[in-house]
Design a protein around this ligand. Structure first.
Ligand code: SAH
Length: 343
């Protein structure tokens, strides 16, 4: 077991304290901090530190502790999927997407997931542990370093339920927002939840303009409970009330994600039911043709069916888009990321 502390888990002040306690001058903290946030996560490559200092540091610290175990590049759209091995041998996946406005990374927040959604590959192997702040950060830094480009957008939509790892996720977002780290604006970050009601209410009061997505996937309790176990804990109406409260507090629009699953949630009647529930609220609906996941029996709705669904929502004045699928040839699309996938 590697018991070394992670430099990326520390704030700048904590780093300075740790170094002074080891007898190093405080200005070294600034140098190390700069290396870390430029994506150099190997202490031995921090060449403006004396060699014996690097040796002592390597004995006590790691930086993120991630190794790129595998990298897959989509032939369709250039999307990249990274498989990272964590310091304890666990595997997570992250995805790099290129848009007109720059690079965006989709990060994992946990090793596995305990939410158990019936259509999602991340649910398959259960949940092992939360990712640390350092491991969240290291995903961004390692990818940025690998492509030699700045990452402008962060989406917390990989493996895991971000609001089940609330404190680390919040600290991570605040950390990368700082000018002396990655300087990524809150408005360029998105966090997605399957609907953990108390956390939505807590998040509303954090005072940071991060985008919130809520995975809805159904127009009522009956269907939602069938495909998402979390729906048995909080009803559709309780979830919607929390979302309305969020908007009241933040004045921000919520994005509802709705995976289109053939013959499960995609009929004209379902569209109407959903529209009735959402009309008049400040929202945006993102329809996602459900992606194939081994071991599940769900199929994508047809294009025509999705189009009809979209039109019904629009008739009610609801903003709606159909999500572009990226990286489906490398199993990097929504819901296709898994914990164990090294071969
Ligand atoms: N746990 C969070 C973060 C995951 S985000 C959440 O539930 O929101 C990933 C998004 O992809 C979620 O909206 C999730 O419900 C959706 N998803 C999962 N499996 C999918 C699949 N097979 N096809 C399309 N979308 C899927």
């Amino acid at each position: 077991m590697d018991n070394r502390s992670d430099l990326l888990d520390m704030t700048f002040e904590e780093l300075k304290e740790a170094l002074t306690a080891m007898g190093f001058p405080a200005y070294r903290a600034k140098q190390i901090h700069q290396w870390l946030y430029s994506g150099r996560l190997d202490i031995n490559e921090m060449t403006n530190l004396p060699k014996n200092m690097r040796e002592r540091l390597s004995g006590e610290f790691i930086a993120g502790g991630l190794k790129i175990a595998k990298k897959l590049v989509s032939e369709i759209d250039g999307t990249r999927k990274y498989l990272f091995e964590l310091k304890d041998g666990n595997i997570i996946e992250s995805v790099l997407m290129k848009y007109r406005y720059g690079y965006s990374v989709c990060l994992s927040t946990q090793v596995g997931c305990r939410m158990g959604c019936a259509f999602c590959a991340s649910a398959g192997l259960g949940m092992v542990r939360n990712l640390t702040v350092g491991e969240l950060l290291a995903q961004v830094l390692a990818i940025s370093n690998d492509i030699g480009e700045r990452i402008g957008h962060i989406v917390l939509m990989g493996i895991g339920e971000p609001f089940d790892n609330y404190d680390n996720v919040l600290e991570f977002m605040r950390r990368i927002n700082r000018e002396d780290t990655l300087n990524i604006s809150f408005r360029k970050m998105t966090v997605s939840t399957c609907g953990i009601v108390p956390r939505i209410l807590e998040f509303a009061r954090e005072g940071i303009p991060v985008n919130l997505s809520v995975s809805l996937h159904a127009p009522n309790d009956e269907i939602r409970q069938r495909i998402m176990p979390i729906a048995r804990k909080w009803s559709f109406d309780e979830l919607l009330a929390a979302c309305k409260e969020y908007t009241k507090i933040t004045s921000r629009r919520i994005t509802y994600e709705y995976s289109m699953i053939e013959n499960v949630n995609d009929s004209a009647e379902h569209a109407k039911m959903l529209a009735e529930k959402l009309k008049g609220t400040l929202c945006h609906v993102n329809l996602i043709p459900v992606n194939k996941v081994e071991g599940t029996a769900f199929s994508k709705s047809s294009k025509a069916r999705i189009e009809d669904f979209r039109r019904t929502l629009e008739k009610y004045g609801i903003a709606v888009t159909v999500r572009r699928e990226l990286g489906s040839d490398i199993m990097a699309a929504c819901g296709q990321l898994r914990r164990n996938n090294i071969t």
